[in-house]
Write a protein that binds this ligand. Sequence first.
Ligand code: N2P
Length: 401
Amino acid sequence: MNRPELIQRWIRDWQQGRLSRRELLRRVTLLGMSSFALANLLTACARSQPTPTPASTEASPRVGAAIPDYIDRSKLDKELNFYNWSEYIDPGILTEFQETYGVKVTMDTYASNEDLLAKLQGGATGYDVIVPSDYMVSIMINLGLLEPLDYSVIKTIANIDPENLKPYYDPDNTYSVPYMWGTSGYSYDTNVLGQDLASWKEVFEPRPEVRGKVVMLDDQREVIGAALMYLGYEINETSDDALARAKQLLLTQKPYVLAYSSQNNDDLLVAGEALIAHIWTGDALMSEQEKPTLRYVIPTEGCTVWQDNLCVPKTAPHKYTAMVFIDFLNRPDIAGRNASYIMYGSPNKAAREQGYIDQEVLNNPGVYPPPEVWKRLQWIKDVGEEGALKLDRLWTEIKTG
Ligand code: N2P
């Protein structure tokens, strides 16, 4: 199939709901088509876009599909409830799981670790697999919210890089398998602001043309952490002095903030309504595909680095199937395809080594920072009950102040 035919086929897939707009953009950019040309094409096609027809809702396994022999098919449920961050999985992977295992996955999304915790503590008992970050895994372990993982099922743990295993928050990986990792810097439009932005100053004390066009993550640990780092503190600092200074900085910044949003920060940047956005790596890089003048910065003062994890809540109704799903997500081909799509750092060593991750992503220093940049990254840690309470109070004051 030649290039125009391929593009036409993908556009048809997009029109019929088989391909997301993001994936379409990603593929045509890889083929070398400019996003401007594609945008024109899509505007023309969108006029005739029919209502997407979802893939069959009947969850039946494909004949001869590759289910490993260590999986006991008779113990599989028909459905699985996945609670994930938004835009944090290639949707085709859920379809493939359904086709291979005959399990229909329903996915809900959340915007922060604190939202996830509140939901579980509020009595939501339907979720089978969740994706908390490092410090939230330790909080959840301490609260007794997590189920030990069954490594007789999750054999694909062998594909995970030993560097990413045995983390401080779960030293034996009893409750968690690393999913993706990344950093939280900022993205900005070089067309308006040039090539040289490097400090958090641009975010917290923005130049006049950026005022009112700054977007911050809607995430207390990230926002307060970035402010603390800009002020020269460690991000897990909770002393009254440090928090008073962070509060002052954030309240002074607030009139210049267009929105606190972890889900629309990328869209606002792409639409040009925001000029700078505090953002997670993958979201930053995906929006660069839509708007190539965007540039992701890990600020000179440093920023957070985090690792998100696949975990099973104690209350999960489909525990065996949850373990099987985690095993599937760690397959090198699946993990590689996923990391290429969402553009985050992958802990899956086999996927990296076996060529399943796009070179373009693997070679991107924003995704896999070089050692000199690593030196300025800091992990968010569990600051204990009293610390968490202080941060929570401060965050409410910022948001409502
Ligand atoms: C992706 C969410 C990233 C998770 N949109 C940040 N921990």
